[in-house]
Design a protein around this ligand. Structure first.
Ligand code: NDP
Ligand code: OXD
Length: 313
């Protein structure tokens, strides 16, 4: 029995070493040798070449090396086998660090104080209390709920938006299309942790940004997107910033990655750019999670964190 490792965009040899170190006695082959191989039963992938998985006659399951699976589902010739994604403390903790960092930086006037320091200006700005600021988390799943717990400790008010109804103590929750506008209207800092699906593609557009609360304790609403770049209309974000519909934004993900050097997002004074670095998939932490899933499947146990291909996440 063989495992295929197909990784684009990260170093496959680090994943290979981490999978071997995590135990399991299966042979692991890297993608170029794999096409059509009847020995391959499991595929562990990040942005696999389209069509490759369909050539494997005995494939039993596909594992994403990250939380998102849009990179797998983009392959229109996928075989009909279960797909599991990563839900792991290491990845979740890293994302919550990013969210707390960006929320606190906007909330504590990081941009204004960096400008003041550059000009040697000693001026204390008015600082609202966390209890007066609502962080609205769009995509209230594994990552969104953990970020909410950590922001709650800091005293922020919290709102969460999901597809299905969710109840979380200390969080005002909203669901579905009918919940979207009330959710936006209560949100001062919008954190987007949605998956990219046919329903969510392009959801951060001019209409959505105009729906955010206008009179906020910070002077205007803030957008933080660490979900996927294709969720956002980048021209609409720039327009909203220019029209003061949006005060500031932190963007970790972009419609084209790497973000082209010519993109106006790089140089915008009120946008903070990171290179899809909010939550790195660490091979040493995540390979054992995949290896254990494969071992459980071989024992006949159900896979965890399965994707619903119909919903797209
Ligand atoms: P989950 O599947 O656990 O959560 C997804 C959430 O989005 C759920 O609350 C789900 O609703 C909600 N959702 C999905 N579709 C809709 C919709 N149409 N309308 C309203 N809500 C919707 O995913 P994770 O939290 O683990 O990960 C979220 C995303 O974060 C990943 O898909 C990936 O794109 C991104 N990510 C980015 C990283 C980075 O470094 N920038 C790193 C890791 C992940 P419901 O609860 O009802 O199912
Ligand atoms: C993920 C990512 O989906 O890193 O895990 O983007």
């Amino acid at each position: 029995m063989t495992i295929l490792l197909s990784v684009t965009g990260f170093d496959p040899t680090r994943w290979l070493a981490a999978m071997k170190a995590a135990g399991g006695d299966e042979e692991i082959v890297l993608e170029p040798q794999a096409a059509g191989d009847p020995a391959i039963r499991y595929a562990v992938v990040w942005k696999q070449p389209p069509g490759l998985l369909a050539t494997l006659p005995n494939l039993e399951a596909i594992f994403s090396l990250g939380a998102g699976v849009d990179h797998i589902l983009a392959d229109k010739a996928l075989p009909d086998v279960p797909i599991a994604r990563i839900v792991a403390d290491d990845l979740t903790g890293r994302m919550s660090e990013y969210v707390v960092w960006r929320v606190l930086d906007h909330f504590r006037r990081g941009r204004a104080y960096r400008q003041q320091q550059a000009q040697r200006i000693w001026h204390e700005r008015l600082q609202p209390a966390a209890r007066d600021v609502t962080v609205g988390i769009m995509g209230f799943g594994a990552l969104g709920q953990d970020a909410a717990e950590k922001l709650k400790v800091l005293g922020f008010k919290l709102a969460g938006w999901s597809r299905s109804e969710r109840q979380t103590p200390g969080v005002e929750t909203f669901a579905g299309q009918e919940g979207l506008q009330p959710f936006l209207a209560t949100t001062d800092i919008l954190v987007v942790l949605l998956p990219l699906t046919p329903e969510t593609r392009g959801i951060i557009d001019g209409k959505l940004l105009s729906g955010l609360k206008r009179q906020t304790p910070l002077g205007g609403p803030v957008l933080i997107n660490a979900g996927r770049g294709a969720l956002q209309d980048e021209a609409a974000i720039l327009d909203a910033l220019d029209r003061e519909v949006l005060m500031e934004a932190s963007l970790d993900v972009f419609t084209v990655e790497p973000l082209p050097a010519a993109s106006p997002l790089w140089g915008h004074p009120r946008i903070f750019v990171t290179p899809h670095a909010a939550a790195l998939s660490d091979p040493d932490s995540l390979a054992p999670v995949v290896v254990e899933q494969i071992a459980a499947h071989k024992r006949g146990e159900p896979l965890k964190h399965l994707v619903d291909p119909g919903a797209g996440y």
